[in-house]
Design a protein around this ligand. Structure first.
Ligand code: G6P
Ligand code: MG
Length: 229
């Protein structure tokens, strides 16, 4: 584990880390899965976290053994339909959807002069940040439409460090998705997984809730990690 003192920046996932929006993504996919006759499950919901829109649709179709049943054009229509449903669920969303502890954490990161960037696979992330009133914290964002590969590929988190002018080892990445933690790790950054430690077992540091995200807790966890190295 790297020394906490070397950390200069934080690269954030959005859905499920900053905001409670992963439940909206799930709800919208669940609606579509029902329509397509694909059995919904907790496992499927977890596997969809962090996965791009089209790849999510492909995964749902594959889960139902329907990967060869639709043309590309039909698939695009379904993906667009999910997005329309998602945007409908986002209507009226405001700062109350910011996950607990996140506003204080962002303030303290700014006070301590850490650099911040966003590494979300969501094309809706600028809109979500605006609605939450957090856009001013994330001047640096990776645009997911410019990526060749989705999470778990390191590309998005590597770019998250690059846009800050930092080396990967100077950054901490924060994720709630298993594929996201894998992306952070293979980009060479320190990973914090938020959620079930059994699912996020590859994270360098695990917190079960965003309320645990404080600089003190991170420093302590990294010191313990170094002792165990
Ligand atoms: C995030 C979410 C996924 C979502 C993806 C694409 O990674 O965790 O659930 O599918 O973004 O989001 P978009 O808003 O572009 O459909
Ligand atoms: Mg997420």
């Amino acid at each position: 584990m790297v020394d906490f003192k070397n950390i200069k920046g934080f690269v954030f996932d959005l859905d499920g880390v900053i905001a409670d929006t992963s439940v909206y993504h799930s709800k919208a996919w669940h609606q579509l899965a029902d329509e397509l006759g694909v059995q919904w499950s907790e496992d499927l919901a977890n596997n969809l976290k962090g996965v791009s829109r089209m790849d999510s649709l492909e995964l749902i179709l594959k889960t139902g053994g329907k990967e060869n049943d639709y043309t590309q054009e039909e698939k695009e229509k379904y993906a667009a339909k999910k997005n329309t449903n998602y945007l409908e669920l986002l209507k009226g969303m405001n700062a109350s959807a910011i996950l607990p502890g996140i506003s204080d954490f962002l303030t303290s990161l700014e006070e301590h002069d850490y650099k911040l960037s966003l590494a979300s696979a969501s094309k809706n992330s600028p809109l979500v940040l605006e609605q939450l009133g957090l856009a001013q914290y994330f001047k640096e964002k990776v645009d997911p439409s410019t990526l060749k590969h989705g999470k778990p590929d390191p590309e998005i988190f590597a770019r998250g460090a690059e846009v800050l002018g930092l080396k990967p080892e100077e950054c901490i990445g924060i994720e709630d998705a298993k594929v996201g933690v894998e992306s952070i790790n293979s980009a060479g950054e320190t990973s914090i997984g938020i959620g079930d430690p059994n699912i996020l077992n590859e994270a360098d540091i695990n917190f079960t809730s965003t309320t645990d995200l404080t600089l003190n807790n991170i420093q302590k966890a990294m010191e313990v990690g170094q002792l165990n190295d």
